[in-house]
Design a protein around this ligand. Sequence first.
Ligand code: GDG
Length: 468
Amino acid sequence: MARLVVVSNRVPLPSERGAKAGGLAVALKDALLPGSMWFGWSGRRSARSAGTTHIQRANQITYATIDLNEADYRSFYVNFSNGALWPLLHFRLGLLEFRADDYDGYRSVNRQFASALQPLLRADDIIWVHDYHLIPLAAELRALGIANRIGFFLHTPFVPPSIFNALPRSAELLADLCTYDVVGFHTHNYRAAFLDCVRENLGVQADTNGEFVIRDRTVRAIADPVGIDADAFSKQAAESARGSDARLLRESLSAGGLAIGVDRLDYSKGLISRFEAIGRFFAHYPQHRRQVSFLQVAARSREEQGAYQRLRRELDRIVGDTNGRYSEFDWTPLRYMTRAVKRDTLAGFFRLSRMAVVTPLRDGMNLVAKEYIAAQDPEDPGVLILSRFAGAAEELTEALIVNPYDSDEIAEAMHVGLSMDLEERRERWRALYAKVTSNTAGRFSTIFLDHLTGVVTKSHQPRIRAVS
Ligand code: GDG
């Protein structure tokens, strides 16, 4: 059987599992069968350029990593990936900072990845590359003579041509995407935006299967929503809800209920208008004061960047303002922490919460929404408020769907959710749970790899089978 080689910017090494918050590691956990390899950056910065590949093995999986030097880390990771591509792909042109030197650094690190990976590859390996940091990787591997099947999955949204074309050198990146055999997106909408870019910029029209031929290569664009291991998360939530962290949290609430938000501290997650909505909620619906507290866990991320520092200052201000205005000496409306919480503890907190507020301005998918649903008690499930601009909204249509820019609408949805009767909560939750338990992380990998290995041909629907 062919070996799977997963490539992502950051490799979560076995020794540091659980230390970092992030959706990619959660989504990929189930893809790696024994015998697979995961290749990428170690997370370490060294004085010199990459030269050595570090190999570790755990649970029959090989982890191969390289270090980056400080200059490459800045230009590739901080500046171009997170300072140009991330805002572009989240429709935030005003935050896009392009410098030609950073773009050169981005391409150079992709070349370093390719030359470190090449000697580790076998002729029949299936290579699966993840996310916006590594768009040029297939082109670099092909330049080194690698003819294996190579797929790419984008964890962010994809944008229409009117936005994509604003990025200098976007034509090169689009051509790079067309050197993969399969290019995957979370939703039909993102896939359509990509195919629009291909049609408008390259003059190539895809067929109804999302396939097109360019420079003698057939490329297939697919929509394949990422999921979670819902059964495991559900069990974890039930167990953690009986644990000591959940008990302490419950005791701290006295008789009141809990609403929760969990996000990386990122401007795409809509935290400013969410916090404003919380203020409006307590202003417009005073009957909920003391009855509910809102807990926001916002693990710090990408702190090197000005946009993230400004966001943090703004959130500090709104939290102070909201709590100053509505707190009682024995009740705090908005609890806000910027430290990460352990994953099993989070699962228990989700189960305890009567509502989750998931209101990103844009989000490729959003796994927190799925985790919240998986964590609920079937007898007494909570309510999910979900942004219409999260990829998850294409699937989770029984959530209370809101415009994340409209704080009044979010506040109203919070009132509706907290007032919802048990029968309606159960009905909505059952429909959502059915989706979360069928579109799992395992199914996501199976569908993608079936396309990449050619099991899915034009006339066939993907075969669904469990990966682990
Ligand atoms: C990218 C895309 C797409 C969060 N805080 C803590 C913590 N988390 C965990 C959550 C969840 C994951 O991190 C976050 O995943 P999301 O999907 O919500 O968002 P991104 O990190 O932006 O992920 C996203 C995803 O890739 C997969 O394709 O859905 O759209 O942006 O699992 O629970 N985990 C722990 N402590 C925290 O404080 N342990």
